[in-house]
Design a binder for this molecule. Sequence first.
Ligand code: ATP
Length: 242
Amino acid sequence: MLEVKNLCKYFGGIHAVDGCSFTAERGKITALIGPNGAGKTTAFNCISRTMAPTKGEVWLDGERIDGLRPHKITHKGLSRTFQISRNLADMTVLENVICQSQVRGWRDLFRPAMSPEEIEKAMGILEFLGITRIAHEDGSNLSYGQKKLMDLAALLMSDPKIILLDEPAGGVNPTLMEEIVDHIKKLNAQGMTVLIVEHNMELIMRLCDRVVVMAQGRVIADGTPDEVRSDPAVLDAYLGGV
Ligand code: ATP
């Protein structure tokens, strides 16, 4: 479904992503893991085109998408969250979910009116995520975990086929983490393809079908959670040996 081929992103002499190739199969949950600075977020940025890759190709359902603008990529069915929540100032959760929705291009961001259809759809998503009670709260008053759920809600507004989640459970308390895991499982059971960057290994091992491991901008292992867990190159990368 999603195919990344020889992706590279250089910042001057820093090769943040350096010839990275992997696939995320339809209907599966794939993890992209690796030590700090491995290039995971940069790879996400290049795939969703929030950043232009230096070179390489990204294919979605047989169509090359690396030259498209971010909102066009969203229209093709790929949406992503960010490591840091993008709460918009002075907006309620409901307004955030609608205005952050990547279906709207940046020019539409401050379009004042939300249509009744958008409101109905957003409320349905908030209900699915069990957070209708915070719909009219100021987005900036939310807990860290609630912001993660708000981001997930905004992501779902575009009816994506594949979602890229950047640390969806990072810094979240254990109870809320379980809730987020359940939501990801539920979405996946409905056919959603998921690509996830996460540092919590326990979560990765029980949630994902497949794990792609990056270190220093490259893919060093790719397999089932069990295969990857016992791979000497992976242990070496995490212990600082690479
Ligand atoms: P983490 O798990 O800590 O979030 P990561 O695997 O997501 O790390 P990236 O954030 O993609 O790693 O960073 C990869 C490398 O690229 C790092 O060395 C980082 O310092 C560098 N880097 C990322 N963004 C930039 C930038 N805009 N300018 C220069 N260097 C950058």
